[in-house]
Design a binder for this molecule. Structure first.
Ligand SMILES: [Zn+2]
Length: 344
């Protein structure tokens, strides 16, 4: 079969690799209907560590179950399923508390442990704990939105929960990538009254407005903090979704939180020491978040997608066949595309 392999900085290739197969009795073999390129794939793409070289990338997909191990009970051959970016057994203490990313038997697709999903097929460990069966066909028009349940929509939702978004609150989203845009959807869904997006790409902030943002702030740094305060009676917002992960974006996120506010961070931190620790302390700002345990939210978000109340699939602005995946990486890295859907 064919799959995406990382060779060097800026160099991913589609190669022939051994077919994915069942290994454990708890595995499912899934033939990919749609996969996606993630903003987090761009970190190893741009600056791969030695361990990243040779990795088969991709951790977001919907597909059709082709085979199941002897112990799999929930998914049947022929089912259309969505896979979360991390697999989990659904049985351990952390799975039960909704923190499937810390599952004692869990792991992440596209790593040393399990191959990636930007491929023709993928082996899914712990299928019963990991996969969610979708009640539609493989060619359903909702597939792009359903695909976002494997990462970005769940991640935006988690950021909103971590930032304590609730009815009537003022919310800001730092970052206008796919996760930030899904954060806008999540904030509106949870009843936020004001939704400010901080971003500098006019096409993305325009989409953010369509998805529910009430204000756009394109300034950066101190100027952005001043603008947000100006939009919020001088105090800042109750909730900040930090969807970038850089020192400056985190500093801005804490700077625009009002006293007693909360920052939910889902941007993969590129800093070792948390910035703005003193402003966070003196304003009693809670900082929470982490890798989003999106498996905990698929069943909750699914009806909203199926009934058209949310349309997170709108974050995809390009479709690539497998052969075009390398150009998809380039386009996302150059900010030409928001998010690329892969259709093997
Ligand atoms: Zn577990």
């Amino acid at each position: 079969m064919r799959a995406t392999v990382l060779h060097a900085a800026g160099d991913v290739r589609i190669e022939n690799v051994p077919d994915a197969t069942l290994i454990e009795p708890t595995d499912a073999l899934v033939v990919i209907s749609r996969a996606a390129i993630c903003g987090s794939d761009l970190w190893p793409y741009k600056t791969p560590e030695q361990a990243d070289i040779g990795r088969r990338l991709g951790h977001e997909a919907v597909g059709v179950v082709e085979a199941i191990g002897a112990e799999v009970r929930t998914a049947k051959v022929g089912d259309l399923v969505v896979m979360p970016w991390a697999y989990s057994d659904g049985k351990c203490e952390f799975c039960h508390q909704g923190l499937q990313t810390s599952c004692v038997q869990g792991g992440v697709f596209g790593t040393d442990e399990v191959d990636g999903a930007q491929a023709e097929a993928v082996r899914v460990p712990h299928a019963d704990g990991t996969l969610v069966v979708l009640p539609v066909d493989e060619d359903d028009a909702l597939l792009p939105s359903l695909l976002t349940l494997s990462d970005v929509m769940g991640t935006g939702h988690y950021a909103a929960l971590a930032a304590n978004v609730a009815d009537g609150k003022r919310v800001a989203i730092v970052g206008d990538g796919a996760v930030g845009l899904c954060g806008v959807i999540a904030a509106r869904r949870l009843g936020a009254e004001q939704i400010i997006i901080l971003g500098r790409h006019p096409d993305r902030t325009a989409l953010a407005r369509e998805l529910g943002a009430t204000d756009v702030v394109s300034e950066r740094g101190e100027e952005a903090v001043e603008r947000v305060r100006g939009l919020t009676d001088g105090f800042g917002v109750h909730s900040v979704l930090e969807c970038v992960g850089l020192t400056d974006s985190m500093r801005t996120a804490i700077g625009i939180a009002r006293p007693g506010g909360a920052v939910g961070r889902v941007g993969w931190p590129q800093y070792e020491i948390m910035p703005a620790s003193q402003p966070a302390f003196f304003d009693n700002v809670t900082v929470s978040g982490g890798p989003a345990p999106i498996r905990a939210y698929i069943e909750e978000l699914l009806p909203d997608v199926l009934q058209g109340r949310i349309e997170p699939g709108r974050v995809f602005d390009r479709i690539a066949r497998l052969d075009d995946v390398p150009d998809g990486y380039r386009a996302m890295n150059d900010r030409e595309a928001i998010k690329v859907m892969v259709r093997p």
